[in-house]
Design a protein around this ligand. Structure first.
Ligand code: CTP
Ligand code: CA
Length: 226
């Protein structure tokens, strides 16, 4: 009787997901960005969808094949754009997942014309971007769940826990850089999950859709959910 079991445990829930990289324009033909593929964010979006949720996605530029019609999907480019779009619907959401690799800095000015090369060196001033998760975390209501991600190369657990507190997450997912088969671009991942309650969970190296199921299952351990 397990055969055709369909999980509907997120029926009626509104879930927002930020995903992919952001692109910060420098001039009409150049930008600053990172290697985020959006695979983990998309795996989460699909998992929530298959479990009955209404899913709102704000995605930076990605090159994955997606059926955007299954979601409330909005493509964005810069951190500022991602913030403005997501903050508009934030208070209607039950669950917010911050899976985007938001660029921490953006060029201080966008040159109106293509920057021409010269014989001297070029310096570009960068200014700090808005921290989307922190801003929305500051106005999180008691019945909302916020989930964050962290990618660390040193003091992994300590840094992840600090972000959990600072951004008011209920749970943070630490991506292991050190494990082979885990990380950017790949189809597999290994994560540590730290709950605000103190509970920690460690996954095996597994396909990103399996990791997504584990992450979604862990929402059941968040006090406001029970
Ligand atoms: N995040 C965000 N907006 C930003 C930066 C990060 O929403 N401007 C979110 C990410 O989506 C992730 C979490 O915050 O869920 C942690 O991102 P991370 O880059 O690891 O942390 P930072 O606070 O940017 O710290 P640092 O990069 O210096 O480690
Ligand atoms: Ca960062």
């Amino acid at each position: 009787e397990e055969f055709f079991a369909i999980k509907t445990d997120f029926n009626g829930k509104k879930v927002m997901i930020t995903m992919g990289p952001t692109q910060e324009a420098l001039d009409p033909v150049r930008y600053i960005s990172n290697h985020s593929s959006g695979k983990m964010g998309l795996a989460l979006a699909n998992t929530f969808l298959s479990r009955g949720a209404e899913v709102f996605v704000f995605s930076g530029p990605i090159s994955l094949r997606v059926n955007k019609n299954s979601f409330h999907w909005q493509d964005v480019k810069s951190a500022k754009e991602m913030y403005m779009a997501s903050s508009e619907i934030h208070d209607q959401m039950d669950i917010c997942v911050f899976a985007a690799a938001v660029a921490d800095y953006a060029p201080a000015e966008i040159y109106p014309e293509k920057i021409k090369k010269s014989d001297s060196t070029l310096s570009i001033d960068l200014v700090k971007n808005v921290d989307i998760a922190a801003k929305l975390g500051a106005k999180k209501k008691h019945n909302q769940v916020h989930i964050g991600f962290a990618l660390e190369t040193e003091n992994e657990a300590e840094n992840a826990r600090r972000k959990l507190t600072k951004k008011n997450f209920d749970m943070i997912v630490l991506n292991s850089m050190k494990e082979s088969g885990a990380g950017f671009q790949l189809d597999t991942n290994k994560v540590h999950i730290f709950h605000a309650s103190g509970l920690t969970v460690e996954s095996d190296i597994a396909p990103k859709n399996q990791i997504a199921s584990l992450i979604v299952d862990q929402i059941k351990n968040i006090p406001v959910w029970i």
